[in-house]
Ligand binder design. Structure first.
Ligand SMILES: O=C(O)CCC(=O)C(=O)O
Length: 263
């Protein structure tokens, strides 16, 4: 089974959701023109890391984000991994990923579990504590956000539930650690014997230059497609999900795990 995937390696206007909504819609239009099945957006695409403005900028209940993603999904017949946006749920703010299918149905909601102290994220945002596994375009998958990829045990807990065939990642990853980004993602692909589809933003805010280098990696850790560092891009690639079954058949790591030893 093949799947045509696109990553929106976009710039994000800090604290300006109206501008970013237009950008997101433009990427959806381009992905549709390319005949894409699944489109993936980066982390915090509505606002960037405008954390001190969350009381005015965060999407209450995530309603407007869900509505926009559903509209784009239906209009362009796209399954969408909606990166993440700042949401307000009751009194708390979260860094939230929504996934919608091409009918516009909400498939999954995930709040980032590991908050990034270097950007003071935990001072503004509450951590999620639920896994994020779902089926999209007929393929079992998991989704995580940025710093989460440094916690292989968290990803493994999700990937072992299926095991899942694709790991989607949404990020705002700075350029100075962009080689770590790539190595971590290749390791997550190899150890979970899954495709990794990872969207990173470009552009800058007051503190960071973001690196791009969005990646699609196969279950052997080989790079199938890579966007350039620092430049905006729509990265489009077709993957063959059958590849992943072949890899799992050769080295049965999910079968050979000894979870009773680990904790
Ligand atoms: O782990 C890193 O180096 C970057 C993480 C990050 O920027 C984030 O979680 O927003």
């Amino acid at each position: 089974m093949t799947l045509k995937i696109a990553i929106a390696q976009m710039d994000i206007a800090l604290g300006q959701p109206e501008i970013n909504q237009v950008t997101v819609a433009q990427y959806a239009q381009r992905a549709a023109a390319a005949g894409v099945d699944v489109l993936v957006y980066p982390e915090m695409w509505q606002t960037g890391y405008a954390l001190d403005q969350l009381p005015t900028l965060a999407d209450r209940g995530g309603a407007s984000t869900q509505q926009l993603l559903a509209q784009l999904a239906k209009k362009y017949h796209l399954n969408i991994v909606g990166g993440s946006v700042a949401t307000q749920q009751g009194e708390q703010f979260y860094n939230t990923m929504y996934v919608v299918d091409q009918m516009g149905q909400l498939v999954s909601t995930y709040h980032k579990a590991h908050l990034f102290g270097l950007m003071a994220e935990e001072q503004y945002i509450a951590a999620g504590d639920h896994k994020n596994t779902f089926e999209l375009a007929g393929v079992s998958a998991a989704g995580v956000i940025c710093y989460d990829i440094r916690f292989p045990e968290w990803l493994r807990a999700m990937m072992a539930e299926g095991p899942q065939q694709i790991l989607y990642v949404a990020a705002e990853w700075p350029i100075q650690r962009i080689d770590q980004w790539q190595i971590l993602l290749q390791a997550r692909a190899i150890e979970n014997q899954a495709f990794v589809v990872a969207a990173n933003r470009v552009g800058r805010d007051a503190d960071n230059q973001f690196g791009g280098r969005s990646l699609v990696i196969d279950p052997l850790g080989q790079i199938v497609a890579q966007a350039r560092d620092m430049d905006e891009a729509l990265l489009v690639v077709t993957i063959d999900i059958a590849d992943e079954k072949t890899v799992r058949g050769q080295i049965p790591v999910f079968h050979d795990r000894r979870p009773e030893l680990y904790y």
